[in-house]
Design a protein around this ligand. Structure first.
Ligand SMILES: C[S@@+](CC[C@H](N)C(=O)[O-])C[C@H]1O[C@@H](n2cnc3c(N)ncnc32)[C@H](O)[C@@H]1O
Length: 342
């Protein structure tokens, strides 16, 4: 199945029925020993622990591990976010933005209060450690970007999606000359950003000149005409986690060329579980996340998880200096800030 909803993962997108059948095949391929290795406990233990989750008795079936897992997949398919994940095995800019959208969160909290919040939405938005880390990562990125919001600076987001990362910064002190550039491979973001800017700024003008272009992170200069020595800061979220090592290195070299001397690059990466701060990770929620994301969804980003050291080495190989790392509280999705020498 292919539709505009699945634009950024069009090659992988499939129908819900096909995704559920694939999830069933994936479950059948994992032996009990493999489950114990993945989860750090027998699958039965996870099943029993999950029985106590609010809403689980209504949403899931607990007769045996296979039935339990398939009921988790069916429950995911009842959620807009879960359905997209199952079908596309990743997130596009619209579904990613739900993680960061305060109005969407407020609606979920209202559902929680009136007892209608689905189990999968509770897990994905409020409990899965990876998505909590993703939300925290976005706040960390904004704290790093905010000091670059000054008169006359040029800031870019690639891939920009809805461009919430730049558009929701504090522009209170800016008097003029600011340029905000958004670049994305999906042509639909041009309208998506314009609409979001209208919602945010209503009758006020945007805080700077907005330039939204289609472009490809893996092509030198990204756009036509190409970007070279153009930005004081470029931020990137949700792309390198889908890139292999060669593609990441290529992307970082292109970012380096697009920055002005002295410019900064702010990005993040998911690291392997050996690097997590386990005292701060809820094991039950993490185990459920493994069952859903690793096995049922078969999330595409899992193949590209890499140690923080390797991300730093790739940034350094691209020419960046002063690469520093800011962990989220669980150490799952650290932020990297790197400088192009002045
Ligand atoms: C997960 S979304 C993230 C969007 C945004 N940064 C955010 O955090 O909301 C990934 C985005 O990457 C874009 N994309 C995928 N491959 C790309 C490429 N080679 N160059 C530019 N954009 C790309 C997709 O169109 C999609 O909008």
């Amino acid at each position: 199945m292919s539709s505009s909803r699945f634009h950024s993962h069009a090659e992988q997108a499939q129908s819900v029925e096909a995704a559920l059948a694939e999830a069933e095949r994936r479950v059948a391929r994992v032996s009990p020993a493999e489950w114990a290795r993945k989860l750090g406990c027998p699958l039965d233990d996870l099943l029993h622990a999950a029985e106590a989750l609010p809403g689980a008795q209504w949403a899931l079936r607990f007769s045996d591990p296979q039935t339990f897992l398939l009921s988790l997949a069916e429950d995911a398919a009842r959620s807009e976010f879960g359905r997209f994940l199952l079908c596309a095995r990743g997130l596009n800019w619209r579904t990613t933005d739900l993680l960061f959208d305060p109005a969407y969160h407020a609606a979920l909290r209202q559902q929680e209060r009136d007892g209608s919040l689905g189990l999968f939405d509770r897990l994905a938005f409020f409990l899965f450690p990876l998505f909590l880390a993703t939300q925290e990562r976005a706040r960390i990125h904004q704290r790093q970007i905010q000091p670059f919001v000054r008169d006359g600076t040029a800031l870019a987001s690639l891939p920009c999606g809805r461009m919430r990362d730049l558009l929701t910064l504090d522009y209170g002190t800016v008097r003029g000359g600011l340029r905000l550039t958004g670049i994305d491979k999906d042509p639909e973001v041009v309208d998506g950003v314009a609409q979001f800017a209208r919602e945010l700024f209503r009758d006020r003008p945007p805080p700077g000149a907005l330039d939204i272009r289609t472009g490809d992170a893996l092509v030198p200069g990204f756009t036509t005409p190409p970007c070279a020595d153009a930005f004081d800061l470029l931020t990137s979220a949700g792309l390198n986690i889908y890139l292999n090592d060669d593609q990441s290195e290529t992307f970082y070299r292109h970012v380096y060329a697009a920055l002005k001397p002295g410019g900064a690059f702010v990005t993040g990466h998911i690291v392997p579980s050996e690097e997590y701060c386990w005292e701060r990770v809820n094991r039950l929620h993490w185990r459920l996340q493994v069952a859903v994301m690793t096995v049922l969804v078969g999330a595409l980003w899992e193949a590209y998880v890499k140690p923080a050291d390797r991300v730093r080495a790739q940034l350094t190989a691209a020419g960046f200096r002063d690469v520093h790392t800011i962990p989220d509280s669980q150490h799952i999705f650290p932020t990297f800030v790197a400088r192009k020498p002045a």
